[in-house]
Design a protein around this ligand. Structure first.
Ligand code: G3H
Ligand code: 13P
Ligand code: ZN
Length: 335
């Protein structure tokens, strides 16, 4: 058993509690590889933002769980060295399992030094979701490990779950869920979804420049949830904005991404004014990384050293994460 505290990670519930009281959301950024991790740490040190490093089940499998664990464990050391070199303060970091789908996976992550786990049993019937979430909470809490549960289903495709439709969170269920499970935070479904195609064009309207504007998030549901569990920590998944610039670059350099529509940043800024204190972003990183790699390889067909194209990709990611911290989540300067 390795405790997250011994690795230098902080308690996720306490980190999110500070965000809730401070009017900002902690960014929760997914990573699968070294360049993504370096970019997250660099951007968060430079903007002095707390951060939750997220590893999904698929990321663990892709990168090899042992290798990824050591990369994750080295993250705090990496951050300390970077902060010192830049003459900046060290930042609070947490390591989190994203979309854990079994008790065994959550236990394995807790034992290898994760500060928090998500048990995503949202596709199960309510009572089964309660039972599995509670089982994870009962294991995690004696180690002071934070647990995130989910009610409602987000549309979109992940490695483990594919849902065609959104099932909004039912506010009338949240109080019982939180009471019976003892979870520390709750992911809810209010109109965000996973991936780069969050809305169909026919669901959107066009502004005067012809840009597709998606329907607003269901803030009415968020308000109802907050009435029933006041002060409770709420998590927003599927929060990528799918920047037009990144899509344009990808398609200009040979990509074929169609109908890519994300959550407008103003909607996220508004959500942060409620009790949303953790915002999950993965796809925007994937898009910017792909855009930079495509552009570089088309412009420099003679290059074959991965550092030549992964370097610019890492720079693009740094800029994107800094922008989110400074302009969207308001987490910059909150160390
Ligand atoms: O919400 C899911 C994350 O974007 C992780 O995706 O399961 O493909 O690693 P993944
Ligand atoms: P996006 O696909 O919108 O980046 O959502 C990521 C996410 O929710 C990770 O859990
Ligand atoms: Zn998610």
């Amino acid at each position: 058993m390795v405790s997250y505290k011994d690795l230098g990670f902080v308690n996720t519930r306490e980190m999110m509690g500070k965000a809730l009281n401070g009017g900002y959301a902690v960014p929760a950024y997914n990573f699968n590889n070294m360049e993504q991790l370096q970019a997250i740490i660099t951007a968060c040190v430079e903007t002095q933002s707390p951060v939750i490093l997220q590893i999904s089940k698929g990321a663990r499998k892709y990168a090899n769980q042992t290798l990824l664990r050591y990369l994750g464990q080295g993250a705090v050391e990496m951050m300390k060295v970077m902060a010192k070199e830049k003459g900046l303060k060290e930042i609070p970091m947490a390591l989190h399992l994203d979309h854990g789908d079994s008790y065994e996976l959550c236990v394995s992550c807790i034992e290898s030094g994760f500060s928090s786990v998500m048990i995503d049993a949202s596709s199960l019937p309510f009572d089964e979701n309660v039972a599995l979430t509670k089982k994870v909470v009962d294991y995690a809490h004696p180690y002071d490990v934070t647990v995130e549960g989910e009610l409602g289903v987000l549309a979109g495709i992940e490695e483990h779950v594919k849902s065609e439709e959104t099932h909004y969170t039912k506010p009338e269920e949240v109080e019982e869920f939180v009471k019976r499970t003892g979870v520390d935070s709750l992911a809810i479904s209010i109109g965000t979804s996973h991936g780069a195609n969050k809305f169909k064009p026919e669901q959107c309207t066009r502004n005067e420049d012809g840009v597709l504007i998606p329907p607003p998030l269901r803030f009415d549901i968020l308000e109802e949830v907050e009435k029933r569990i006041p002060g409770f920590q709420i998590v927003l998944h599927g929060s990528s904005s799918v920047p037009r610039e990144a899509i344009k670059t990808i398609n200009e350099y040979g990509g074929t991404l169609k109908d890519s529509i994300g959550i407008p940043e103003e909607q996220l800024q508004k959500a942060v004014k409620y009790n949303v204190c953790k915002v999950n972003i993965d796809s925007d990183g994937r898009l910017w990384m792909t855009a930079a790699v495509r552009k570089h390889l088309v412009e420099h067909p003679e290059d074959f050293d991965p550092r030549k194209y992964l370097g610019p990709a890492r720079e693009a990611l740094i800029n994107m994460y800094k922008h989110k911290n400074e302009n969207v989540l308001n987490s910059a300067g909150k160390t």
